[in-house]
Write a protein that binds this ligand. Structure first.
Ligand SMILES: Cc1cc2nc3c(=O)[nH]c(=O)nc-3n(C[C@H](O)[C@H](O)[C@H](O)COP(=O)(O)OP(=O)(O)OC[C@H]3O[C@@H](n4cnc5c(N)ncnc54)[C@H](O)[C@@H]3O)c2cc1C
Length: 691
């Protein structure tokens, strides 16, 4: 058959499908139906749809009718199950017709001879249930001592040319609200309103506008959110300077071993310059998230102000009411202040920019990147990801750092022995750990002012196994004791969106809140508080909110990395998760002390650890600690996401010598376990036959 015949046949087939679709909708019995005390509005019953297709002769058997019904549902997105949990079936299940406005206009793509809609251009986010670890919200103390309404947002400081450039991009001082859609009555109406302009909000807004929706984004502080302004970007820029300083000054043993001699006193850390570099780098990339780019290039209307819900379909900002068909809340989180006597007042004093006297340096991640002078003795409360990364960086830049915690260990999410590798290196760097605090009693200023101009403070604590109060003096305090979701101060009650002040928005697996029009994205509703998690949640939500998609949070396989030196990264389930789930598994490890590249580089601390199903080669989880772990974990994530097992990994050729070879070598370790005595003697037999 020629191509042109095929095209005309398929066009005819499509035409007849279109006719059936049209008649189907007009002839099945659509009405409100009840099931288990719940009423489903205007729907039809699956088996009645099958009856209709048989009676009209469109299908010869009930099986054919089901196939035909599914084609109508998939090809035209004509109808769907009322809770989107089932395919079309010959059953007492309810289906509702989908309005054109909900699914996007269908357009014939002549090239492929198929009807397409907006959602077809969005890459699917993920499929199949992912192996996600149970992330208990680990925090020093989750007592709520302030809510978002009282929280003083850290200001950007100093106002040099870099921070001015940053603000011009992410919070332009003279920004004007967009004009009302209906200038007569001053009303605004949108397909999508996004509250919060961090990673989650930015991706949601850009993606929604990109597929044709009318979108507004509301940001009360700085576009780019935590990641750009007070999170990933400045912390990684700071870590870069710290690691350079460490290689040149702190790691003399390593340099000497490599045949390089350097007078330690010749290496000077100019802390002011290092911080200026942080500000320059942040400002330099801030145009990606700028108000100008989002409004002019991406077609998103930007409002700079706090968003507050006024009803289930409206949100207010700067005195204007925006009506939405769908809304996404992506309001992120903020650092947890501990209920230590004296802390809140010192923190608020430290955050007030205009005070003339020497101010106490009590910081969170919102203010640490404002530092210009190096603290001498810095106390870090919290031994999680943020505390550990910044403690090591500040120590390597010349402060004397002490890390305090209550859990007896560092990086509580990670396997204890792997986290210990990081802690050992930090001890070598000079960081001191006090991880057995039983109670933080009070914090106050001593009245002394140090050479760097910072006033001295002291913290009194009780430690486990010691009846006496212990006091520590310091000139800077970093609070890295957990984070809280931003869910207060925006009148979620008016929108009928339920939340928990500790866990955040209560969302379904499809990220829908208790108001079906409103979805949640990112740190405000997830235990996976990472930029890449917020990014992929946003992608899922665009499909779910605008195209009746079925993307599920539980399908996202989310890796994570801590950028200490050495780095530590994990994906999938930990040993503790596997034990809790009663899953049998085996562990395969390849240590970097046996990896040629790591030996050549003199960086032999760490290992690759795989957790593998006991009865197959399926990877259930993996952790890597060592240089470059954050990059290496992606190969394992790809393997897990594509169901590539240990056998296939063993067959992937890796360039020699690389640390990534440890991944393949772990595959080899697995393959060796398959060489049982019986298999070995069988192989010996085959070889002997060849003589
Ligand atoms: C020091 C530090 C280092 C980090 N490093 C990494 C890293 O290396 N890799 C990584 O993956 N993750 C890292 N993270 C985590 C990452 O920054 C967050 O997971 C990510 O920013 C979450 O994005 P989000 O959109 O959910 O929230 P956010 O980025 O917090 O954005 C929320 C936005 O909503 C705004 N907002 C809140 N309420 C309202 C309201 N009512 N009206 C209007 N606007 C509102 C806020 O001002 C904010 O801009 C780090 C975090 C910190 C603190």
């Amino acid at each position: 058959m020629s191509d042109s015949n095929e095209t005309s046949d398929s066009a005819e087939f499509r035409k007849s499908l279109e006719d059936i679709a049209f008649n189907f909708r007009s002839n099945v019995d659509i009405k409100d139906r009840k099931y288990r005390l719940k009423t489903y509005k205007q729907c039809f019953v699956g088996s009645e749809g099958v009856d209709y297709l048989l009676e009209t002769g469109h299908a010869q058997t009930r099986e054919d009718a089901v196939m035909l019904g599914r084609s109508l549902a998939h090809e035209f997105h004509l109808f769907e199950h009322v809770t989107r949990d089932h395919e079309f079936a010959d059953d007492y299940k309810f289906y509702r017709f989908v309005d054109a406005s909900e699914r996007g206009t269908l357009t014939m793509d002549e090239k492929i001879g198929k009807y397409v809609r907006w959602s077809d251009f969005l890459a699917p986010v993920a499929s199949g249930e992912a192996l996600q670890p149970a992330f208990a919200a680990k925090s020093e103390n989750l007592e709520l001592i302030e809510s978002k309404d009282q929280h003083v947002i850290g200001q950007v400081w100093p106002l040099d040319k870099y921070n001015t450039q940053l603000l011009d991009n992410v919070h332009p001082p003279s920004w004007q609200d967009p004009k009302a859609h209906n200038e007569k009555d001053g009303t605004y109406s949108y397909d999508m309103v996004v509250v919060g302009g961090g990673t989650g909000g930015l991706i949601t807004a850009a993606g929604s506008a990109g597929v044709g929706a009318r979108v507004a984004m509301i940001e009360e502080h700085m576009l780019g959110g935590d990641c750009l302004n007070v999170g990933c970007v400045p912390s990684k820029a700071l870590i870069h300077s710290a690691n350079l300083a460490h290689t040149l000054r702190g790691d003399m043993e390593h340099l000497a071993d490599a045949g390089i001699s350097l007078d330690p006193s010749a290496v000077k850390v100019d802390f002011e310059k290092a911080m200026e570099r942080v500000r320059r780098i942040r400002a330099g990339i801030s145009h990606h998230d700028s108000a100008e780019r989002y409004s002019k290039e991406l077609g998103v209307q930007i409002f700079l102000g706090r968003g507050k819900f006024t009803s289930e379909r409206t949100v207010e900002v700067n005195g204007k009411t925006l009506t939405f068909k769908r809304a996404v809340i992506a309001t992120g989180g903020y650092p947890n202040l501990l209920p230590i006597e004296g802390l809140k007042s010192l923190h608020d004093k430290a955050t007030a920019i205009d005070s003339g006297e020497p101010r106490p340096i009590v910081m969170t991640n919102e203010t640490i990147f404002n530092l210009t002078k190096r603290p001498q003795n810095m106390l870090v409360i919290g031994a999680g990801v943020i505390g550990m990364e910044l403690a090591q960086a500040m120590q390597r830049l010349g402060s004397k750092v002490k890390v305090m915690g209550r859990s007896g260990r560092v990086l509580p999410k990670e396997d204890a022995d792997l986290a210990q590798v990081v802690k050992d290196q930090m001890i070598k760097d000079g960081v001191e750990f006090r991880l057995d605090v039983s109670e933080y009693l009070r914090i106050e200023m001593t009245g002394e002012v140090l050479d760097n101009g910072y006033p001295e403070m002291k913290l009194a604590v009780m430690e486990k196994g010691n009846d006496e109060v212990v006091e520590f003096k310091f000139d800077a305090l970093l609070l890295a004791a957990g984070r809280r979701p931003n869910v207060t101060g925006m009148d979620l009650e008016a929108a009928k969106v339920d939340y928990d002040v500790k866990k955040g928005l209560l969302v379904s697996d499809k990220l829908q809140t208790t108001n079906p029009r409103i979805f949640g994205v990112g740190d405000c509703c997830s235990e996976f508080k990472f930029t890449h998690a917020a990014d992929f949640m946003a992608r899922a939500v665009i499909r779910n909110a605008l195209f009746l998609g079925k993307e599920k949070m539980s399908n996202l396989l989310i890796p994570y990395a801590t950028f200490t030196s050495p780095e530590i990264a994990s994906v999938g389930l930990y040993e503790s998760d596997l034990k809790k789930k009663g899953m049998e598994f085996r562990v395969f490890e390849k240590h970097f002390k046996d990896n040629d590249r790591a030996i050549c580089d003199g960086k032999t601390a760490g290992m690759v650890r795989f957790r593998v199903d006991a009865k197959s080669d399926r990877i259930l989880g993996a952790s890597i600690v060592g240089e470059g772990a954050g990059n290496m974990i992606s190969e394992v994530t790809l393997a897990m996401q594509s169901d590539t097992g240990m056998t296939a990994l063993a067959a992937v050729i890796h360039p020699y010598p690389t640390t990534a070879e440890a991944v393949r070598q772990s595959g080899d370790l697995y393959s060796k376990t398959r060489l049982t005595t019986t298999v070995k003697s069988l192989l010996r037999g085959i070889i002997s036959l060849q003589r």
